[in-house]
Design a protein around this ligand. Structure first.
Ligand code: SF4
Length: 433
């Protein structure tokens, strides 16, 4: 029996795209993990619809699709086309778990929650001709003996550097309003046995890899054990982590010694009021500079993430954030327009306040305004986003930041080149902010 797993596309966004030369960024582990959970008797193919056209006449028995909210219009179109030909479609993922009824208008079945505990059952039912509409995970799965993603099913040529990604933990101890991590993965922070993580890393075909974990600092004692085991492997890596990592000097030292060259940190806002309103008040805006200095002193580059359009933001947020990035010498920065993703607290609040102005999911890639901001116009929010992106990645500003950060010039230059390509595709804003 043949299972086709499809990664849909989003033409509007700036993230996760495939370049003209057919290259893309990091491997998402969702479909390779589903493939690994599928019994060996199945013939499994992963189709990246961002890079290759979908052949609706291909001889497949069942199709599985998952994607981000912004990819849902593409996912639904692909699902509809297969179903017109009588092929059964199963959908899953964060968006589908938040809005299963919406997805069921396009799919024969949906997986709600983590697939690990229900995927086998869905496939068994399909084989018996008894596929049910909903397969809801009874709870969160343990991380011992987790399936190792089938990277062998991916097109290796599409990935210059982000091919080897790995997950050591699931969840996050925090619960920021705009983030779907805790809604989907639960409040419980789960960890994988260190030995299993190390075994998987030993199988990588490159020295570099990336932890896709949402918060590597979620349980510092676990992370330190992992870093100690990593050190002898002499690899280099990056991860996401909360700024709380800066409070723990031993964590920072072990992170760097074990090969951690960069960290992706969600600063989100320089306004403490904004942070508190989004339940991220444990991020201390006034402590940011000191925390950055400590992380830099440990030899770790920082890729900062900022969100615009929060209730306390007015037009000055763009200039202030830009000045902060330049002053602190962040290696790179990523910007997002606040986006009410289904399943998040932000979605519920903006919905209740009647402030969602656009429901085209294709625009929910965090680069387009889909809600009515409080402190500025929709146009200012959109233009400010373009302005700060282009300005941060102007050649002269890249140079200033790159030479301010700690060692690891190659990482900083590579990151900036990649972001500059995205930034220069955005419209130029006359007048500035
Ligand atoms: S700290 Fe990061 S991963 Fe955790 S809930 Fe907040 S935004 Fe999400």
């Amino acid at each position: 029996m043949k299972l086709l797993l499809v990664l849909p596309r989003n033409e509007r966004g700036f993230w996760g795209k495939v370049s003209k030369t057919g290259k893309t960024g990091f491997v998402r582990l969702n479909l390779p993990t589903i493939a690994a959970l599928t019994p060996m008797e199945w013939d499994v193919e992963i189709l990246d619809a961002r890079a290759r056209p979908v052949d609706y006449n291909a001889p497949v028995d069942i199709v599985g699709i998952t994607g981000f909210t912004a990819e849902m219009p593409s996912a639904y179109e692909i699902a509809d086309n297969f179903r017109k030909r009588g092929v059964k479609v199963v959908m899953g993922g964060v968006h589908v778990s938040a809005l299963p009824d919406e997805a069921l208008a396009h799919a024969d079945a949906v997986v709600i929650g983590e697939a690990e505990q229900v995927w086998h059952k869905a496939l068994e039912d399909f084989k018996k001709g008894e596929l049910k509409p909903r397969y809801k995970a009874p709870g969160l799965c343990g991380m011992e003996g987790m399936a190792v993603p089938r990277r062998d099913l991916l097109d290796r040529r599409m990935y210059v550097s982000g091919f080897n990604t790995i997950q050591a933990t699931r969840g996050c101890p925090f619960n920021c309003d705009y983030c779907a991590v805790t809604a989907f993965f639960g409040k419980e922070f789960r960890t994988r046995p260190v030995a299993e993580v190390i075994d998987e890393i030993k199988g990588f075909d490159t020295r570099n890899f990336f932890f896709v974990d949402d918060n590597m600092a979620g349980r510092p004692a676990y992370a330190k054990e992992l870093f100690r085991a990593l050190e002898p492997l002499k690899r280099t890596w990056g991860s996401q982590a909360s700024i709380t990592m800066a409070k723990d000097q031993e964590f920072l030292d072990l992170y760097a010694r074990s090969g951690g060259r960069y960290v992706f940190i969600g600063f989100e806002s320089l306004s403490q009021k904004n942070l508190e309103k989004m339940h991220k008040g444990w991020n201390s805006a006034k402590g940011y500079k000191e925390a950055i200095e400590k992380i830099h002193a440990a030899g770790i580059n920082i890729l900062g993430s900022f969100v615009f359009g929060l209730d306390e933001d007015d037009k000055t947020v763009f200039r202030n954030t830009f000045d902060f990035i330049m002053e602190t010498g962040l290696a790179a920065a990523q910007f997002h327009i606040l986006t009410p993703l289904p399943g998040t607290v932000t979605y519920g609040v903006l919905e209740k306040e009647g402030r969602i102005i656009d429901r085209d999911w294709a625009k929910y890639h965090t680069g387009e305004v889909v809600f009515q901001p409080k402190g500025m116009s929709v146009e200012d929010l959109q233009n400010g986003y373009y302005w700060i992106f282009r300005n941060t990645y102007a050649i002269k500003n890249i140079a200033k930041r790159c030479f301010k950060s700690p060692k690891g010039l190659a990482y900083r230059i590579a990151m900036n080149v990649a972001y500059r390509k995205k930034a220069m595709r955005m419209p130029e804003v006359k007048g500035g902010f």
